[in-house]
Ligand binder design. Structure first.
Ligand code: 4AD
Ligand code: MG
Length: 450
């Protein structure tokens, strides 16, 4: 309940506090049925859905006619008494006394019948009102709150990174480019990490949280061109500390959603039993062990050569794609961290493993139930000369990275961090079938409207 200076607003999610009392709800018509002397208005107000019953005998003729004139998505205010009713959605009903109509809605495009994906995406601005999309958005809000609570409660400081940047961070093939006044080209940030490293040297344990951009050509269920990433960065953390933190975070997020989103999971018919199992410790294996497992289980690498698909035993040194990740995860009921990847397939800033310079101190967390990679992270190269060498080898412009190299010049320390993709995480937890359903306005290779 919010009390303004003028009015008391009631919300559907609070109805249990008002049983037997009169309330005034404002919202929209979700669904209508009625016959004879009874009209049933299924009303939504953003916080939930409630059945409102209009009985001809207990309202004025004008109110009854108003109820009969309503249409799907008409906006209205309803005053009535709250009654417990176990058969009604949400468990409560309103015995309507009065109705005030804001607007009668004509020809709402999204009807209870089935619509195709592209129609729904074109109407994303309206589709958000549907009960499943509504439930997914509430789970997204819970995931974001869990992330913030986790870091704020564990001594991390929020230090946001810029979005306009002069250089690439995660490879040069997925950069969105723009002109930046007289200073040449700027790029939309692929990751806040490099700036988070500077922040960690100033504040110890930090996290950045914001939109990140990848000009991804991939048209998969797991790729957006604009997505949200949270990136903790910790001075003095090694790779093991980094993996422990990633497990703590993911356990916290999942358990928080189980505690607060049961209603949403019910709407989505999401079986939550697999989520109950998401407790530390998760599984861990090295990249090399994962490759041995793929070879033993005949999960090949498939290359496309001249339009033909050729399968070969999975060779050490190749990056995993979705088929390998999903095969590996079939055996696990909790997330699994794969660590120590070949240096060639990972980013320039990752520290080589002192025990095996062919691999870097990197880690990816894969989610079960085909969730795919939800986290990518590493211990960072903290040696000036080694990092300088990597920047040159990767053909990156050394002048633009001078400030980043400074971090290795003035009090360099071991440090680590990771990035968790918000949409990948929400997709996995909610069980949504496509990543475009878990962000309010998805940006993909062929879609920028609405
Ligand atoms: O593995 P990535 O590329 O790692 C980084 O960007 C590091 N700089 C993070 C760090 O160490 N601070 O991306 C991290 C995560 C992925 O695991 C995935 O969850 C998500 O970001 N992600 C995407 N989500 C949606 N669409 C895309 N195109 C994504 N690319 C990455
Ligand atoms: Mg990655």
């Amino acid at each position: 309940m919010i009390i303004s200076r003028y009015k008391t607003y009631h919300y559907i999610e609070d109805l249990k506090r008002y049983v037997g009392q009169e309330v005034t709800l404002r919202g929209w018509v979700y669904h209508l049925t009625g016959k004879g002397k009874l009209q049933f208005i299924l009303m939504r107000d953003g916080t939930g859905i409630c059945q409102c019953v209009v009985f001809k005998g207990s309202v004025s003729e004008e109110t009854f006619q108003s109820a009969k004139s309503l249409t799907q998505e008409s906006s209205l205010q309803i005053t009535g008494t709250v009654r417990e009713e176990s058969r009604a959605p949400g468990g409560f009903e309103i015995d309507v006394k009065d109705i005030k109509i804001y607007q009668i809605c004509n020809n709402y495009p999204i009807t209870p019948k089935e619509h195709g994906d592209s129609f729904l995406l074109e109407h994303r601005h309206l589709w958000l009102r549907s009960s499943q999309q509504h439930a997914i958005m509430r789970i997204r809000a819970a995931v974001v709150k869990a992330i913030r609570d986790f870091f704020d409660g564990n001594g991390f400081k929020l230090m946001d990174s810029p979005i306009l940047t002069p250089t690439a961070c995660e490879g040069t093939s997925t950069l969105f480019e723009t002109e930046y006044f007289d200073l040449g080209k700027a790029y939309l940030s692929q990751s806040g990490q490099l700036y988070a490293e500077a922040s960690a040297m100033a504040l110890g344990k930090v996290y950045t949280f914001g939109p990140t951009f990848r000009a991804e050509r991939s048209k998969t269920r797991k790729h957006l061109t604009e997505f949200w990433m949270v990136e903790p960065e910790m001075a003095f953390f090694d790779l093991n500390d980094d993996m422990d933190l990633a497990e703590d975070l993911v356990e916290y997020i999942v358990q928080y959603c189980l505690k607060t989103c049961q209603r949403e999971f019910d709407v989505l018919e999401r079986d939550t039993a697999p989520l109950e199992k998401v407790k530390r410790p998760f599984y861990r294996m090295t990249y090399t062990e994962a490759v041995e497992w793929l070879q033993k289980n005949n999960i090949p690498l498939i290359r496309k050569i001249d339009g033909k698909e050729l399968a070969e035993p999975f060779p050490w040194g190749e990056d995993f794609g979705a088929p390998q990740e999903e095969a590996i995860m079939e055996q696990f009921d909790k997330p699994c961290i794969i660590h120590r990847y070949p240096a060639e397939v990972k980013a320039f800033y990752m520290k080589r493993d002192p025990e095996n310079p062919k691999v870097v101190l990197a880690m990816d967390m894969l989610a079960p139930e085909k969730g795919g990679e939800i986290i990518g992270g590493s211990q960072r190269e903290d040696d000036y000369d080694a990092l300088y060498q990597r920047i040159i080898e990767n053909n990156l412009p050394i002048e633009a990275f001078q400030w980043y190299l400074d971090l290795r010049k003035y009090g360099s320390v071991p440090h680590s961090g990771f990035g968790l993709g918000v949409e990948r995480t929400v997709k996995w937890i909610s069980g949504a079938k496509h990543i475009r359903e878990v962000i309010p306005m998805p940006r993909m290779i062929h879609r920028i409207v609405p």
